[in-house]
Write a protein that binds this ligand. Structure first.
Ligand SMILES: [Mn+2]
Length: 324
């Protein structure tokens, strides 16, 4: 039994209004399956729990979007990016969906999908928050990977490894159909981006993190300081007067807890450490949006239900579920 959370959010007019967008999209990387994750998360009861146990009024259009209406017919590689116009069109549409929820003062939950979709969800939150409150947002990026390759530093050309570069403006493109729709009011400040859980960072990305002084807590830091101190330092870096968008890649968890994901890396967070991060972000009262991405129920079929359960657990914690 869970008592409904009573915490009053700092940057939302009401504590119980949740917008949900289900994004059935896997085109930011090569493996099919992450497009089935939103339905798997919802069918396992996530939104019912959020409604019935956590007391939210859920605004959801009861649809997993595949964005077939905006996908281009042909989509050749451009600047080393695979499916650039498709990912651009999908994330642009998602940006508008998230913006519509966020401008009403709702907390917004985006269920992915691969991590390329964060381009859309975070752009939507950033724009709405600037308009509604005149504030920049901070982003806590929980992930095994930094996802901050530019098209030029990326080896694979998969855009799910680039969202942080496009969101911070480190990667830019004039072509409107290839992320040229991202305007300054949708971008995030490099000083307000914080990573937790990193352990598989490309050479070019390490250089970008260093060069720009981006705050990043790797698994080395989790081992050294413990998760409690790491989260405290991450939140301290952001400051307590900044709205937070939590972008949670399930591959931040060790494959022991979340095996069904496209790019698993050993040596990750325990399920409790993942939940703890989400609990602490909730406790700040500053959470305005969250992504849960890279759950892939078609991989490691034996681990799929465990991975889905882990994803649900982390979302519930971020929305106020507590152990006691
Ligand atoms: Mn990621």
């Amino acid at each position: 039994m869970t008592a409904p959370p009573t915490l009053q959010p700092k940057f939302l007019p009401q504590r119980d209004q949740l917008g949900v967008v289900a994004v059935g999209f896997s085109g930011g990387q090569p493996r099919p399956g992450t497009d089935a994750a939103p339905m798997a998360l919802i069918e396992s009861g996530l939104l019912d729990q959020v409604r019935d146990e956590l007391g939210y009024q859920v605004h959801y259009d009861n649809k997993v979007h595949d964005y077939s209406d905006v996908r281009p017919a042909s989509d050749p590689v451009y600047r080393n990016m695979k499916r650039p116009a498709t990912v651009s069109a999908v994330t642009e549409a998602l940006q508008k969906q998230v913006y519509e929820h966020a401008k009403e003062g709702r907390c917004v939950l985006t269920l992915g999908g691969d991590h390329s979709i964060a381009i859309g969800s975070i752009a939507g939150t950033a724009k709405a928050t600037r308009e509604r409150l005149g504030r920049e947002i901070a982003v806590i990026w929980v992930d095994a990977h930094a996802d901050i390759n530019t098209p030029e530093t990326s080896d694979s050309g998969n855009i799910h490894g680039m969202p942080a570069a496009f969101l911070t403006g480190l990667a830019r493109e004039d072509r409107k159909d290839v992320f040229g729709w991202i305007t300054d009011d949708m971008r995030i400040n490099l000083k307000k981006l914080v990573y937790i859980g990193l352990r598989d960072v490309d050479r070019g990305e390490k250089q970008i993190l260093r060069e720009h002084g981006i705050k990043a807590f790797s698994m080395h830091d989790v081992d050294r300081y413990g998760i409690g101190k790491v989260v405290e330092m991450a939140l301290g870096h952001i400051g307590n007067d900044t709205p937070i968008h939590l972008s949670f890649d399930v591959d931040a968890l060790d494959p022991m807890w979340a095996p069904s994901t496209g790019t698993p890396v050993r040596g990750g967070l325990t399920l409790r450490e993942g939940d703890f991060i989400a609990e602490c972000v909730h406790e700040t009262g500053s959470l305005i949006a969250m992504d849960m991405v890279e759950v892939n129920p078609s991989l490691e079929s034996q681990g799929a239900s465990e991975t889905i359960r882990a994803g649900c657990s982390i979302v519930r914690c971020a929305l106020g579920d507590t152990l006691l």
